[in-house]
Structure formats: C-alpha cells, structure tokens
Ligand binder design. Sequence first.
Ligand code: NDP
Ligand code: DXP
Ligand code: MN
Length: 382
Amino acid sequence: MENILILGSTGSIGQNAIEIIKKGSKYNIIGIAFNKNISKAIEQIKLLKPKYVYVAKADYIEQLKQLFPTIKYFTQDALVDLIAKSDVDFVINAFVGSAGILPSYYAIYYKKKFALANKESLVVAGKILTDLAKKNNIEIIPIDSEHSAIYQCLDGKRQYLNKIILTASGGPFRQTDKEQFANITKEMALHHPKWNMGAKITIDSATMMNKGFEVIEAGWLFDLESHQIEVVVHKECVMHSAVEFIDGSIIAQMALPDMKLPIAYALYKPHRIEFKNKLSFVDIGSLTFEKPDLEKFELLALAQEAFRKKDKNLGLLLNAADEVCVEHFLENKIKFTDIPKIIKQIIVDFEDNLSNNIFELQAQTQMIKTQTIKLIEKTRGF
Ligand SMILES: NC(=O)C1=CN([C@@H]2O[C@H](COP(=O)(O)OP(=O)(O)OC[C@H]3O[C@@H](n4cnc5c(N)ncnc54)[C@H](OP(=O)(O)O)[C@@H]3O)[C@@H](O)[C@H]2O)C=CC1
Ligand SMILES: CC(=O)[C@@H](O)[C@H](O)COP(=O)(O)O
Ligand SMILES: [Mn+2]
C-alpha cells in the first residue's frame, strides 16, 4: 500500500479522489489538508482516520484536538514538514489558487509521487516546477481533464507530436452577446453547462480565464511552443482534448464529463478503473467544434499572449489578479465585466521585474493580490 496525502480533501477534486481511493486497496490516506470546511473535515477524519491533518486556519486545531487527540496536526508554515514526511509516498495537490504553488514545489523537491489538479502552480511557476521535476526525475501527473486527455493520448509518442487541440466548453456565456456581459450575476456565472466544480474554477470557466490558464499549464507540462496549442470550443464536453501527430493523425480521449476518470487514471495508470456510465456516440448524435471568440473572451487572448511571452512570467500577474477579482465578484463587490478590466490594468502596471525564485514568486503573488485589492478599492470597480 502507498501512503497518500490529499491537499484540498474537502473540495470537489479532493472528495472525488477520496471516493475513488476508498474503492480500491492501493492507497492508504495518511493525511488530509484543508482550509476551513471543518464539518466536512470532521466527517473525513471519522471515515479515513488519517495520521496527519493540515488546517490552513489554525484556530480550528484546538477543536479538532479535542475530538481526535492522537492525530498530528500541521498549519501554515509547517505544511512543508508534512509533505516532507518519509511515510508520505504520494501527494495529490487539489488546493485551489495560489495556496497550491509552494506545496507543488515541496512535493517535487522531496521526490514524492505527484498528481496535480492545482493548475495555478504551473501558471505561476511552470518553469521552476518542470525544471525541478526533470532534475529530480519526478513525473507531474496531470489531473486536469484536458491535460489528462493529452497525457493519455501521448502515451510514449511525444516525439511525433505536432500540436495539441485543447477543448473548451465555452462556458455558460458562449452564446451570450458581449453587450449583455455587464448584467451577468454570480448565480448565472456559477452555472457551468457541463461540469460540477468548485466556485473559483467555475467563474474562471465563465470568463474563459480557465482555458487561458490551461494553455499555460499545457505549455509547461508538455514542453510546447505557443503555436503548438490550439484552443477549440467543443460544447458537448466529451472530447476532453486531442493530439495531432506529424503525419496528420489525430488521437482524442473521449468520455462522459466526470472528473473521476482523470483522477483514477492519475492514481492507477496504466490500469483503468471500471465506471458504469459510458459515452454513447449514438445518444450524442453529433459533435461540434468552433473557434473561440477572443474579442468576447479577452482573458483567453491575454493568457495566450502571456504564454507567447513566457520568459516574462505574466502568468503570475494573471493568476494573482484573477484570484482577487473572482473573490470580489463572488462577494458581489465587482461586476463580471470588471474582471478583465482589472486584470489588464494589473498587467500594464506590473509587467516588469518578476522573479524566477519560487519563494520570491510566492511573495510577489501576495504583493500583486494586495495591489489588485487596492486598485479595486480605488476604482470601486470600473
Ligand atoms: N473541480 C474540478 O472539477 C476541477 C478542478 N481543477 C483544479 O483543481 C483545484 C481544486 O479545485 P476544486 O476542487 O474545484 O476547488 P474547491 O474550491 O472545491 O476545493 C478547494 C480545496 O482547497 C482548500 N483550500 C482553499 N484555500 C486554501 C488555503 N488557503 N490553504 C489550504 N487549503 C485551501 C479548500 O478547503 P476548504 O474546503 O476548507 O475551503 C478545499 O479543500 C483548482 O486548482 C482547480 O483549478 C482542475 C480541473 C477540474
Ligand atoms: C473539468 C475540467 O478540467 C475543467 O477545467 C473544465 O475543463 C472546465 O471547462 P471549460 O473551462 O472548458 O469551460
Ligand atoms: Mn480543465
């Protein structure tokens, strides 16, 4: 049995991962990590009896100690000690946002088997993480559905790759006129047409920032140039992405939209786990593909541009500003249309002088988040 640590156990990916792991006998869940969802965490501790628990909000530790005194607890700066533990074999990083960046670094640094859902890690620190992974001979196993699809399609054939075809649902506003975007509420944006996910990634899908992040994520994971990444809107969400080889052959990975499949593949590859519900071509009838509207979804265009200039590491700015904007949008403090305006302004203001040291990148992320909050307060939205 391998001992696995689940970062983000209380979230959408974390809960799916636990469900899959509990059905098999390959992994023992040695540790869980979460932010503040104490009731879900208590439920998980009772079920899983982990040896280690990390809580970002330290105030909850006393409450947990009363209930489960034999567990070893960790908070904030001690997350590194938990990841480094010699009895942690495998780490799943399903934290959301910039909280996931350093944990990815530590998992690779301490040579753990490593499956990554937290795309923000690669958006902000793609070069550092992929360089370190190469140096330490660690594979970053993708959980994100598109990247898992590409990983499954490549399977030993990377040298023949011409380009990847990264599919996008188009989000809930694929057919909405841009003039209507100012009226979009958080309830509308939280309604993804095909995927049931955490709030932050759901809003990112609505602005198509998610697809922009995925361009950068794919670029680093599969060592691609920007011209090798084509984004195609595929509203049915059954082709999770495809690869085109130099001879023109295209291989796609297809399945019903359910994150359990890419999570299971990351945990059990090359074996496959049986899932009851299967995709039927006849039931679907037809598949559609269209170009993304880059004028309407300017954050996708901005992220593509950021990856074209990848040496400047604009991903850090995109990610930090987006994280703050999404939080403010979810609190009804800014409008949907303010999100791209604010992010674009942050890029103009802070384009230069980004570091390539992981701890400095983390500090710069905090700085940009603070500056984004100040910009929002100054303008009260635009
Ligand atoms: N959901 C999906 O289907 C997909 C998700 N992803 C990526 O996976 C990652 C997780 O997404 P998802 O599961 O949807 O997100 P959720 O919001 O559902 O879950 C996030 C998890 O991270 C924890 N967390 C949040 N902030 C912190 C913090 N500061 N420190 C420590 N833990 C924290 C949360 O704890 P708590 O519950 O206590 O707040 C929760 O366990 C994201 O990067 C997302 O982009 C990628 C593809 C698909
Ligand atoms: C399930 C998953 O991987 C998400 O990233 C999903 O792809 C979001 O969908 P869109 O960003 O394509 O709307
Ligand atoms: Mn995805």
